[in-house]
Write a protein that binds this ligand. Sequence first.
Ligand code: 0X9
Ligand code: ZN
Length: 415
Amino acid sequence: MKLAGVLLLITAVAFSARAEQARFDNYRVYELSIVTMEQLEVLQYLENYPDGYIFWESPVQTNMELSLVVPPHKYADFAAFTAKLGMTPRLKIKNFQEVIDNERPNKNRRDGFGWTDYYSVAEIYAWLDSMVAQYPSILTKKVYGQSYEGRDLVAVELSHKTGNPGIFIEAHIHAREWISSATATWLLNELLTSTNSAVVDLAQNYDWYFIMVSNPDGLEFTRSDNRMWRKTRQPSSILCFGTDGNRNFDYYWRNGGSSTNACSDTYSGPTAFSEPETEKMAEYYGTIASRINVQFSFHSYGQYLLTPYGFTGAPAPDNNADLQQIAQITAAAIRETHGTVYTYGNSAQVLYVTSGSTNDYFMGVHGTKLAFTFEFRDTGSSGFALPANQIIPNAQETLNGLIAFVAEAKALGYM
Ligand code: 0X9
Ligand code: ZN
């Protein structure tokens, strides 16, 4: 009796304390083109009442592509409603669980931090601390706030000398985009250890500001509960959690391409800067903005290099011709590395409308002249669950892109 009671208690504790990772067995992923208003409205309705569907992009406008994860119990419904809407879905993934199972082949290896696997917030922060300890005269750690769940919000600054132009990189604001922080940590490691002369030049003659994990609560939630989580984790309504950090910045906030529905993946938040993660990042940026020449946001997926502004009816920035020129050179350098093809252009034109994004805020409010979003690999065969063996090639092509970017920006007088 007594033993049974204890066992029962242990089992109960084990079940309540350990989060259950959602599985996606036989979930299919389809790509759709939204053309008509009717298609848009039906998909928007579905996003609000998803009942098992998972959107990889929010349906915000006609003339956009969107990937949709379809659970087995919706196969028939999905075929029926897309046919009624005159849509021709393209099957990209037959069993999404298989893609997730192939994402981390080395996850059971215990050989320290590296770039053949993805890591937790604690592991990333511990590695950053070890690098700061190893390079105390070059690297500085700044804790610029705490997340909603109380995790540190951390920036690292790399500087070899005073007076360098500044480059700010903000990664992993979207929880499921694991490749974004993996690429950022790899870049920092190269800047600290590479003997390649082009990389040494970047390290010594520019100051680098990195936020590796802008949304630590979200990253942890993707590891414990739901790999497809995107937003922050502050409750947004009785039923739903989270705000899209990249819709929560205070510049033309709620001006298109975001949702006022608290359950949507592109929820703008109740007010601009409602999330500690975005408010604190903006505060931190305010302290360094005068020293920043270039700002990069790291995201996935799609292989895009995007320029501001994103909001509805936005004017082109005065220096748009330079932005496109630099983007073209960067995309060419990326392609020369491993053949990866990037599409570049204004984010609202080549992707979709967005408002309250980091790029728009840093350019519009702080006058940062060069602000770009990278959407890393791939184009949808794995989507957000990019196999870890692509971290290094993705990072290598990004580094080559950055080398070409900085050279062109310098030639055009931005550094
Ligand atoms: O929707 C987004 O926030 C970004 N795409 S993602 O699939 N990673 O979610 C694109 C944002 C691009 N817009 C601007 N930076 N203005
Ligand atoms: Zn993103």
